[in-house]
Design a binder for this molecule. Sequence first.
Ligand code: CMP
Length: 231
Amino acid sequence: MKSIDMNKLRATIPFFKDIDQVLLEQLVPYMREETYKKGEIIFHEGDEGNQIFFIRSGMVSIYTSNKAKRITLAYLTKGEYFGEMALMQPGLCRSATAETLNAVKVYSLHRSDFHQLVEKDRNVPFLLLNYTMERLRKANHQIYDLTFLNVQNRIIRRLLDLGKEVGATREDGSCHIPMKITHQQLADTVGAARETVSKIIIELQEQELLNLSNKKLTLLNPEALINKLND
Ligand code: CMP
């Protein structure tokens, strides 16, 4: 098996940037590189969890569902990690499903090796806490949006967030989102029916605020979308 390049690991995954060099050298041989195709389930909600995953490339959708509906909790991308929650205590199951949105490469680390990191490097609990607080902040926003905003504003807010997280702003002020997104995926992130989302997307396109064709999304006028949100 090809060994993992430490410099590349530190450069790709911010989590490893400040980890003690000697400790990381001890752990790297236990780390695995895994590759997933588009649409693969990495694990299901409720599964027993024994690994944490660090994303080298690609995008992963984290969602929870019942028989009829799914709500997307987050899209995670290069440099981020997932699967740490089930590792914190023995007996905890996966709190959500992880599914790839495109081809994904990850580094994975087994529970016992991850625990060594947590126990031996004083930085690690702070890194985990920081990241968890950031996720909690986002989850609180999601609760707010689901409770207080109508579907149109939930969509606008979600698209503006995506623009901030992964978008590329062009000279004319428009923002291209470099991921393929379907009406169904958007519906799953805002807790609405696909038909409702399609209708609103068409309205926003007619108002020349965005363009979604061939699953490619451009926010034509982010400024005007923000104004619409605040109306
Ligand atoms: P775990 O419970 O092991 O498996 C599902 C993973 O999804 C979980 O660990 C976290 O890494 C991640 N996760 C769960 N909820 C959220 C959320 N609200 N936002 C981002 N990631 C989450």
